[in-house]
Design a protein. Structure first.
Length: 854
């Protein structure tokens, strides 16, 4: 019989209880929920409803057991111990209750269809949150759940979702081994910014149920069984709360330690910074940050370097107005056809991109467009009454917000690719043209730009780009560097103080922009740029010559590359080989790893571009800091010090062995040069060598193979002699070596001034690595940014490096610079750098010694 519960009574027992749709919406299986805590079933079985109504109603009769502190969720006690959670939206706990208005309170009795919660859907979408609303049986009590039909399609309020069936009440655990067994307790400080909400509660409950002990959590005078998701939510524990964990019975101590560790890791949620607990009410005291470099220089703005080069020109603002979707939708079949047609047009445009870095990024965006799940969700929104443009915009904004919520900066930057595709599709659907235009020679200033904005700006002949936001590893930055357009990002709001039309000087190498300049300063900067251009043209004219010092010693100048197009450009600019082929572009931004055949084809094309010149291919350098979706790598608080580089390859040996086989196939009869990133111990390299030996035995590869290790940490520099005994060559990655030596994140703009490879600590480590190579007759190469810095290049040669691998654009300048120096001068430069007290002092002394002003 259908249950009915009168107001004011207690939750009724039932034999069968029908649960109804609490609102109009698009019904989806629970596993389609864009939140793994719900999709995995960790909180219990149920369905998900994409809301189309602004009032959520009771799906059955019962008593309100809980209303979330952030007002986004309601739990009903339906009788028989069964409890149903209605969780409005995904990740809406972070909205602090703004779009929600509870219409009931704990203890209220409700009938089916009574209003529970009002939600402002427009505000929810504007905040970038999904309206997907899970309806979940979080406490089964003595019940089982069965679906009347597949959860799919548009439903009206009151439509039947599923049934609960009574299977007999569960008794209490009266096992005396639990009640009278050993007891263990521990207190933890809750590190969760949003407190104990659904996701962490589900994780804690699942962990508690793994143990035979009876576990209880207590805080602020309240207690709950740790195995009850809803019970934990009802504790109302917030950030900084003291939570006591008590376990009684068999394995009590182990259970307490496991749950405490889970909570301290965040229980699947983000964790707050230390001491981030809410403070007592009162006026906060804001401390002013000291400027370690003295007073700020007037007119000089600091950002983050993104694409090398310098330029001067008038500031020109590009205001990227977002396309707003208006108008009524036609029939669903017509709108779906429009969506599919627009997708075909955009796919064709992306497929036409064939200019190196642009092609690689277009390929990544094509992969997004090929995601049928995204298209299916958009079509579902069309079936619910939306237009093609509105549906596509909603889907892409939701997915972009999910990426931006990630802690990994690199993945967060990929959100711009989704928003770029959103706007490109809308322009096709609505017949709009791109708005990113600027006069030739201008320095573009913008809040941020999308990758597709670069093409029209490049065609217009802009001189440089500066943005308020953005990141140095964004696809836009990669495209700008490939196009030779200087770029700096993350200036913040001070950039908006630049007047449009005033002359500005952009330094893409230093990440700075100078404005409000006097006429004399402008003239001097223009002269310097003209001199640099003339010098570069002269260097380019002689770039194909063999690189030698003025005293005759051979120094090979190679290029760092990341694609076939990069290789071709490097050869044009005089590169004598490649000391670093980055292979991450093959492994990232895709759902599965590349096949060996795909890899081999690209490696062969790169090697062929260089002819007989040596090419060193770095094995995949991915990890928690550059994650691949097909590798189940755990989220890390400090990914730069976590599982990355060779550590990933050794944990997934078939992936690394497959790459080795592909490199050997690509090399054909030529000598294959393979080097591994982030080697920090002789044991790691021994495992790498053993893996290569197995691959050689399996494949019967007979051509020569040289295996090298990258020196990127103080540890590997200090044991370089040991590594050199086993490796065929060593290559110093000065970018990572500098950040690890100086404990300064190279992606942190606040620390940019401190990251200088001429710091004496870094210089000494390179010297130790060089000595280790000399002792065993091994070649030392440099493939970091320092190799392309003229002053640092002289020091590196003086320390013993005989191969410098630089960005392709730097090849002519470095070859010309070295041809004017003797080995004696380089050794004197190395001695001066080693004797300096700081990088600043080293640069000053080197400038005087070598006659080159910085």
């Amino acid at each position: 019989m259908e249950a009915g519960v009168a107001r004011g009574g207690s939750a009724a027992e039932f034999v069968r209880l029908r649960v109804h749709a609490p609102a109009k919406g698009w019904l989806l299986p629970l596993e389609a929920t864009p939140d793994p805590a719900f999709a995995s079933g960790a909180l219990g079985p149920g369905v998900t409803l994409e809301l189309l109504d602004d009032v959520i109603r009771a799906p059955c009769a019962g008593e309100v057991a809980a209303v979330a502190g952030e007002r986004h969720a309601v739990t009903l006690d339906c009788g028989n111990g069964a409890q149903i959670l209605i969780h409005c939206g995904i990740d809406t706990v972070s909205l602090k209750g703004e779009p929600f208005e509870p219409l009931v309170a704990v203890g209220d009795r409700v009938e089916t269809g009574d209003p529970l919660l009002r939600v402002d859907l427009e505000a929810l979408v504007a905040a970038g949150k999904s309206a997907a609303t899970p309806i979940v049986l979080v406490e089964a009590g003595g019940c089982s759940l069965s679906f009347r039909s597949d959860p799919d399609g548009l439903v009206e309020p009151g439509a039947e979702l599923f049934e609960l069936h009574r299977e007999g009440a569960r008794g209490a655990n009266g096992d005396p081994r639990v009640e009278n067994g050993p007891v263990a307790t521990r207190e933890v400080i809750l590190p969760l910014p949003h407190g104990l909400h659904a996701r962490p509660c589900a994780a804690i409950a699942a962990e508690a149920r793994r143990w035979p002990a009876m576990v209880t959590l207590r805080t602020d005078g309240r207690s709950a069984a740790a195995g009850s998701t809803v019970g934990l939510m009802k504790l109302g524990a917030t950030l900084g709360a003291r939570v006591e964990i008590e376990a009684r019975g068999e394995q009590a101590e182990a259970a307490v330690e496991a749950i405490a560790a889970l909570i301290e890791r965040g229980a699947g949620d983000e964790i707050a910074e230390p001491h981030a607990a809410p403070q007592a009410p009162g006026q906060p005291v804001i401390l002013r940050r000291a400027n370690p470099d003295g007073p700020t220089e007037p007119g000089l703005l600091s950002g983050v370097a993104a694409a090398p080069g310098k330029a001067i020109g008038p500031a020109y603002y590009v205001h990227r107005a977002r396309i707003e979707v208006t108008g009524n939708a036609e029939s669903p079949p017509a709108e779906k056809a429009r969506l599919r047609d627009a997708l075909s047009v955009l796919r064709a445009r992306l497929a036409d991109e064939d200019d190196g870095a642009g092609a690689a990024i277009a390929s990544a965006q094509l992969a997004i467009l090929e995601d049928e799940e995204l298209v299916a969700v958009a079509e579902a929104k069309i079936d619910a009454g939306g237009s093609a443009a509105g549906a596509w915009q909603a889907v892409m904004q939701r997915e972009a917000e999910a990426l931006r919520a990630l802690s990994d900066a690199r993945l967060a930057e990929r959100a711009d690719d989704l928003l770029d595709l959103e706007q490109r599709m809308l322009r096709i659907l609505l017949g709009r043209e791109s708005e990113a235009t600027a006069p030739a020679g201008a320095i573009v200033i913008a809040s941020d730009l999308y990758p597709s904005d670069l093409k029209p700006l490049r065609a217009a002949g802009v001189a440089g780009i500066a943005t308020v936001a953005g990141g140095p590893t964004s696809h836009l930055a990669i495209l700008a560097a490939s196009a030779g357009i200087p770029m700096a990002v993350a200036f913040g709001e001070p950039l908006c103080g630049v007047e449009e039309g005033e002359l500005v000087y952009l330094d893409g190498d230093a990440g700075t922009l100078r404005h409000a300049m006097a006429r004399e300063e402008v003239e001097e900067l223009r002269k310097n740029l003209a001199d640099r251009e003339a010098s570069y043209c002269a260097a380019l004219a002689t770039a194909q010559r063999e690189a030698r010092l003025a005293s005759g010693e051979r120094i090979e100048v190679f290029a760092n590359i990341g694609s076939v197009a990069d290789a071709e450009e490097a050869v044009r600019l005089g590169a004598e080989g490649s000391g670093l082929v980055r292979t991450e572009f093959l492994f990232l931004d895709r759902a599965e790893p590349p096949s060996e055949a795909e890899q081999a084809e690209i490696y062969a094309a790169i090697i062929e571009s260089f002819g007989d010149r040596p090419v060193s291919i770095r094995t995949l350098d991915i990890g928690a800091d550059k994650p691949a979706p097909y590798l189940p790598l755990a989220k890390e608080d400090n990914p730069a010090l976590g599982v990355r580089g060779i550590r990933v390859g050794l944990r997934y040996p078939e992936l690394l062995a497959g790459q080795m086989r592909a490199i050997l196939r690509g090399a054909g009869g030529r000598t294959a040069h393979i080097m591994a990133p982030m080697v920090s111990s002789a044991g790691e390299f021994a495992q790498l060598r053993a893996m290569l030996d197995r691959v050689l035995a399996e494949t019967g590869h007979a051509a020569p193979v040289r295996l090298g290790a990258m020196v990127e940490t103080p540890a590997s520099a200090l044991i370089a002699g040991t590594l050199a005994r086993e490796a065929d060559f060593l290559s110093v990655g000065t970018n990572d070596l500098t950040q690890y030596t100086l404990a300064a994140d190279r992606t942190n703009s606040d620390l940019a001034r401190d990251l200088d490879a001429l710091h004496p600590a870094v210089t000494r480590l390179v010297g130790i690595a060089a000595e280790g190579c000399r002792a065993h007759g091994r070649m030392l190469g440099i493939c970091g940014g320092a190799a392309g810095d003229p002053l640092a290049a002289a020091v590196l040669v003086g320390l013993g490096a005989r191969e410098l691998s630089v960005s392709a654009a730097r090849v002519p300048e470095i070859k010309q610079w070295l041809s004017a120096l003797t080995l004696e001068q380089c050794r004197a430069a190395a001695e001066a750098a080693l004797a300096a007290a700081s990088a600043e002092e080293a640069r000053g002394e080197l400038g005087r010694l070598l006659g080159r002003a910085e």
